[in-house]
Design a protein around this ligand. Structure first.
Ligand SMILES: *[C@@H]1O[C@H](CO)[C@@H](O)[C@H](O)[C@H]1NC(C)=O
Ligand SMILES: *[C@@H]1O[C@H](CO)[C@@H](O)[C@H](O)[C@H]1NC(C)=O
Ligand SMILES: *[C@@H]1O[C@H](CO)[C@@H](O)[C@H](O)[C@H]1NC(C)=O
Ligand SMILES: [Zn+2]
Length: 313
C-alpha cells in the first residue's frame, strides 16, 4: 500500500513537472518556467535564451557571414510522407523518409544540419504570434525548421542538450495576401484533421523551399536556446529577414485549432514565448545596410578625424 502510494505520488510529480503552457495568468506560464526548468531562466549574464527582440541598428553587419546552404529543400520525394500532429502546444510536421530518399539539410558555418521537424507559433491577431520580434514588432506566425548537427551527433536527442547541437531556421508569415500561398496550402487545409491535441494525419512529401521566402539567405544569426522547456542552450538561430505572405483564409485555419482533446473549447493560439534578455550576445547579419558596419563606422571616424587633422597641420 505504501509502495503504491509512493509510486502514485511519483507519477503525480512527474506529470506536474512536465506541465507548462503559454498562459500568463496561471502557474505554468513562461514567467514560471524557470522554477521547474532551471535552464529557462535568462537572468545570468552568460545565459543565451530565445527568442529575442532583434534591434536592427544593433545587429553587426558581417559581409563574410556565410549564407545558409539549403540541400534537398527543392526535392519532393514521391516515396516519403509527412506526419502532421497537434501536440497541444503547436502543430508539428515530421518528415518520414523512405530509406533511399535524401533528407533536407542546411549547411552553415562548416557544419551539416538535418531537418527533423518544423512547427508553428501564431497569434490571435496581426500584432502578436511570432516568438522573435524585429525592432519590437511581432509577425502573426513564425515557422521553426528544427535541424540537428549530423557531423557531431548521432541523433536529435543526443544533440538537443549540447552546444552546437541544433540549428533552427525561423521564417515569419503575415496574412496580407488575398490568394492562398501555394506552399502553405499543402499543410494548412490539413489542420481541420488535427484540430485536437493528439490528432495526427499523413500527407505526401513536398518541396520545403515553397515554405521559405524567395530570399532565404538574408539572415540574422545568433546563439540561443529552445523556446520551450527544457530551454536547452544548444541552438544556432537563423532568422530570415524576409517575410512570407499567406491569405487571411489560411490564417483563419490556425485559429480553429484546439490545445486539448475537446474537454474545453480552449483555442490553441498565442503559443509564443516572450522575448528573453540578450545578455552578452551579438546578432550578426548579412543584410547590407542594416546594423553596425565596421567599414562605415571606420569611415565615419575618418570623416571626423580628417578635418581636425587638416585644421591642425
Ligand atoms: C532566476 O534566477 C534568479 C537568480 O538566481 C532568481 O532570483 C529567480 O527567482 C529565478 N527565476 C525563476 C523563475 O526561477
Ligand atoms: C564574420 O564572419 C566570419 C564567418 O563566420 C567570422 O570568421 C568573422 O570573425 C566575422 N567577423 C567579425 C568582424 O565578427
Ligand atoms: C481527434 O482527437 C479527438 C480528441 O481526442 C478525438 O475525439 C477524435 O476522434 C480525433 N480525430 C481523429 C480523426 O483521430
Ligand atoms: Zn518553435
Amino acid at each position: 500500500m505504501k509502495l503504491l502510494l509512493l509510486i502514485g505520488s511519483c507519477l503525480l510529480a512527474t506529470s506536474q513537472a512536465s506541465e507548462w503552457d503559454y498562459n500568463a495568468e496561471g502557474d505554468n506560464g513562461p514567467a514560471d518556467w524557470g522554477k521547474r526548468f532551471p535552464k529557462c531562466n535568462d537572468t545570468a549574464s552568460s545565459s543565451r535564451q530565445s527568442p529575442i527582440n532583434i534591434v536592427v541598428d544593433n545587429t553587426k553587419y558581417n559581409a563574410s557571414l556565410p549564407t545558409p546552404e539549403f540541400i534537398n529543400y527543392d526535392v519532393a520525394h514521391a516515396t516519403s510522407n509527412l506526419i502532421i500532429s497537434n501536440n497541444g502546444h503547436t502543430v508539428v510536421v515530421t518528415p518520414k523518409y523512405a530509406s533511399s530518399d535524401s533528407k533536407a539539410q542546411i549547411k552553415y558555418k562548416g557544419k551539416t544540419y538535418e531537418l527533423v521537424q518544423f512547427h508553428f507559433h501564431w497569434g490571435s491577431d496581426s500584432k502578436r504570434g511570432s516568438e522573435h520580434t524585429i525592432d519590437g514588432k511581432h509577425f502573426q506566425v513564425e515557422v521553426h525548421f528544427v535541424h540537428y548537427n549530423t557531423d557531431d551527433f548521432n541523433n536529435f536527442n543526443e544533440a538537443k542538450t549540447e552546444e552546437g547541437g541544433l540549428l533552427v531556421y525561423a521564417q515569419f508569415l503575415k496574412s496580407f495576401a488575398s490568394s492562398a500561398n501555394a506552399g502553405y496550402q499543402e499543410i494548412v487545409p490539413q489542420f481541420e484533421k488535427v484540430k485536437y491535441k493528439g490528432n495526427t494525419t499523413t500527407i505526401p512529401h513536398f518541396k520545403f523551399d515553397t515554405l521559405l521566402s524567395k530570399v532565404p539567405d538574408r539572415i540574422y544569426s545568433y546563439p540561443g536556446s529552445l523556446t520551450t522547456p527544457t530551454c536547452d542552450e544548444s541552438v544556432s538561430w537563423i532568422v530570415n529577414s524576409q517575410t512570407v505572405e499567406i491569405s487571411q483564409d489560411q490564417m483563419s485555419k490556425f485559429l480553429e485549432l484546439k490545445s486539448n482533446k475537446g474537454e474545453t473549447n480552449e483555442d490553441l493560439v498565442n503559443n509564443y514565448r516572450p522575448v528573453q534578455k540578450l545578455q552578452q550576445r551579438t546578432v550578426e547579419t548579412n543584410v547590407p545596410g542594416s546594423g553596425v558596419t565596421i567599414t562605415s563606422s571606420f569611415s565615419m571616424m575618418l570623416m571626423t578625424v580628417l578635418p581636425i587633422a587638416y585644421a591642425f597641420f
